[in-house]
Write a protein that binds this ligand. Structure first.
Ligand code: CA
Length: 429
């Protein structure tokens, strides 16, 4: 079925900013709270949020097999379960409804007032109920940098790294949408030169520049997903800031991997950009440096050219861009990650979230964490206000943005913006 929603020539009758991340060719999906305190599923064009629940009730999705309440839900999980054909039909229809040549909704003032919201009238929610969250470690540059710092520059990559998309199971309960602040975590660390651990606020709170993909119901227990079918089960992507406490991580991660250093928060951009919308931005993955086992061999372009950047904004100050990277640097692509994740028969469900791992590029200005940007704190980063950062300070806001840009269109993710608050203080009774 053609993706007519991607027609680069289509214009909308809505007034939208020229350089928006959300032209009519994007049509992402999200969940928001309306001015009337109702939670609904919606999309976004320019700076308008569109209530898909209301559009559906008004009959605008006639002819598409959808249950009556599919958009009147707190999460996108059921809609995602409907599968790729339905996602495509709905995006194509939304593109038609807002096409400048279509006057049906444009000229119906009551309907328009019911379905359209400005962004200041809504509050974005978590778009899916995340059943399971897995985080990969798929950027070769990042894995090499971390291996160089923590282990041995001559053997920075562990022997498995070029053969396996390395990952671990994260914690879904602390995945939060953009705008929700995070407290500096406390925990155990082993100070340099000490022989006993101490307890206190983490001194090395860091971001990780990642993207995450969201799956549909993909397989049953025992059934692997072939690498060349994997994309059928990927709904879309978000920006993902995988908050990390490096000092806690260093002390706790041997032998079973990260635990409390990682699960205090992971922040996501609230609009899921569909794989259909990203279709024009396919790009080749880096060439494998080792012969891959057959289940990881894929054909075609399975990566995507997505520009990424990170800013730090101290309280009441201007923000400074500290990193510019690109999703295309990923050594392992999403299809390989999903094929590997399920090769043992592990089931993947609607709303599951898979983090890419920190996306670092080849040069120091493209590194995806403060750990790498400041090289363990040895090279502080200068901000525009004259202050320096080795890691994230209390009341700093970390903002990640991402977009694809071709000659005829820009498709963006908006942003994920999260403020780091001081350590949580229990209320005095
Ligand atoms: Ca991570």
């Amino acid at each position: 079925m053609p993706i007519t929603a991607n027609d680069p020539k289509r214009k909308t009758w809505l007034e939208i900013p020229e350089d928006t991340d959300f032209p009519i060719q994007n049509i992402p999906f999200g969940v928001f709270l309306t001015r009337d305190d109702v939670i609904t599923i919606g999309t976004r064009i320019g700076d308008y949020a569109i209530d898909l629940g209301a559009l559906h009730q008004l009959g605008y999705f006639e002819g598409i097999p959808l249950t009556d309440d599919i958009f009147l839900q707190d999460t996108l999980n059921d809609f995602i379960s409907d599968g790729k054909k339905t996602w495509r039909l709905v995006r194509n229809r939304i593109a038609e409804i807002f096409d400048e040549k279509n006057t049906k909704l444009k000229d119906h003032k009551d309907h328009r007032n019911t379905v359209l919201f400005t962004l200041d009238e809504i509050e974005m929610q978590l778009p899916v109920q995340v059943g399971d969250y897995t985080d990969f470690y798929s950027s070769k540059e990042h894995a090499t940098n971390v291996g160089t710092m923590f282990r041995d520059p001559d053997n920075a990559l562990l022997p498995n790294w070029l053969h396996i998309p390395v990952g671990y199971h994260g914690r879904s309960s602390s995945i939060i949408p953009s705008g929700i602040p995070v407290h500096r975590p406390q925990g155990q660390t082993m100070p340099a030169g000490a022989t006993e651990p101490v307890f206190g606020p983490s001194k090395l709170v860091d971001f990780e520049l990642e993207m995450a993909f969201i799956t549909t119901d993909a397989n049953h227990l025992g059934e692997p997903i072939p690498v060349d079918e994997a994309e059928e089960y990927i709904f879309g992507m978000v920006l993902f800031n995988d908050w990390s406490a490096r000092d806690i991580q260093k002390w706790e991660y041997v032998p079973l991997g990260p635990f409390l250093a990682k699960n205090f928060a992971s922040s996501i951009s609230p609009w899921i950009v569909t794989m259909d919308a990203l279709e024009p931005f396919r790009i080749k993955s880096p060439e494998p440096e080792k012969e891959l086992l057959p289940y990881l061999k894929f054909s075609g372009k399975k990566s995507f050219d997505i520009h990424l950047e990170v800013s730090i904004q101290p309280e009441d100050k201007e923000e400074t861009v500290v990193s510019k990277s690109n999703f295309k640097h990923m050594y392992w692509n999403m299809s390989q990650q999903l094929a590997h994740h399920t090769i043992n028969g592990c089931p993947v469900n609607s709303g599951d979230m898979m983090g890419s791992g920190t996306i670092s590029g080849p040069t120091p200005d493209t590194y995806g964490s403060m750990l790498e940007l400041s090289w363990r704190g040895e090279k502080p980063i200068k901000l525009k206000d004259g202050s320096e950062r080795k890691f994230i300070q209390d009341n700093d806001t970390v903002i990640m943005r991402g977009y694809c840009k071709g000659k005829d269109r820009r498709i963006g993710f908006g942003e994920v913006s999260t403020k780091l608050l001081p350590v949580f203080q229990p209320k005095k009774k």
